[in-house]
Design a protein around this ligand. Structure first.
Ligand code: 4H7
Length: 263
């Protein structure tokens, strides 16, 4: 899988490429990266990569010609690639889409905008997909591009330690994760929940599932409402709630209110 990165700040991508599991995958050659800096395509020393916006307004706009040349260089090297522009006005990015791109090993040309954005004619003429990573604004498209890359790369075979994790995580995009614990068993008056020490794998996964359902209903009613649970899941949650002491529920991040209770 190949990523062609169009950015005025190629070094920004070192944050992704030089750390953790993604750095490991990059060194193993599980994916390739090339940089195409619009700055390198300005024809003379006097020309710049940005200009004032027509009609006035705050900030500068990235100019058509240097971007066009950078895109042409990327496309020449990576002809099958889809051209993606990261922008707050894009369609929302999702776990599902990350998985699809990974499965297809879809090569991407990612355009990271700076200043007040890029000349709209580039979007019209060259961009296949305009994507947003969420409803907030950041100073450049590089961080959104890295988030998109990371979320795709986690699904490539060999990137994560075990094959199970990425699948588990896309499931967890719809259900919040249960909290984790490690040694010691007791610290500052706080103990690891006893189910996790039981060694009983069936009970442990039931316990985790109940907790995931409860946490999701309390914190993310947009993802899960009590009416959506099966009778079996309802029973599981009720048993969990009744058999877990208040102090432990608090430790696990649960609120006092049981999801079926009116607030
Ligand atoms: C394209 C157009 C993506 C890229 C405008 C990019 C959030 C996201 C950017 C801008 C991004 C996202 C220009 C918007 C400067 C903010 C102050 C770079 N922010 N900018 N403005 N949600 N920023 O995916």
């Amino acid at each position: 899988m190949h990523f062609s990165l169009i950015s005025l700040f190629p070094e920004a991508f070192n944050a992704l490429l030089e750390n953790g599991v993604i750095a490991g995958a990059y060194k193993k050659g599980l994916f390739q990266v090339s940089h195409h800096n619009p700055r390198d395509f300005v024809t003379s020393n006097y020309k710049s990569v940005d200009d004032e916006p027509y009609g006035g307004g705050d900030g500068m706009v990235m100019s058509y010609e240097p971007l066009k040349s950078a895109i042409a260089a990327a496309k020449a090297q990576n002809p099958r690639a889809k051209i993606v522009y990261l922008s707050p006005a894009g369609s929302p990015w999702s776990a599902k889409q990350a998985e699809t791109y990974a499965k297809q090993k879809q090569d991407l040309i990612l355009i990271a905008g700076r200043y007040a954005g890029i000349d709209q004619r580039i979007v019209h003429q060259y961009v296949d997909e305009e994507i947003s990573i969420g409803d907030y604004v950041v100073s450049g498209g590089e961080l959104p591009a890295m988030i998109l890359m990371d979320s795709i790369l986690r699904h490539l075979p060999g990137v994560l330690g075990n094959l199970h994790s990425a699948k588990q995580d896309s499931f967890q995009a719809k259900l919040l994760e249960a909290p984790s614990f490690t040694r010691p068993e007791h610290t500052e008056g706080l103990s690891v929940p006893k189910t996790l020490l039981s060694g009983h794998h069936g009970k442990i996964s039931q316990w985790r599932m109940s907790l995931q359902l409860l946490l999701t209903m309390q914190r993310r009613p947009d993802l899960l409402r009590p009416e959506q649970l099966s009778l079996e899941q309802q029973k599981l949650c009720k048993v969990f709630w009744q058999s877990t002491p208040e102090k432990e529920r608090k430790l696990l991040g649960l609120e006092e209110r049981f999801p079926w209770q009116e607030s």
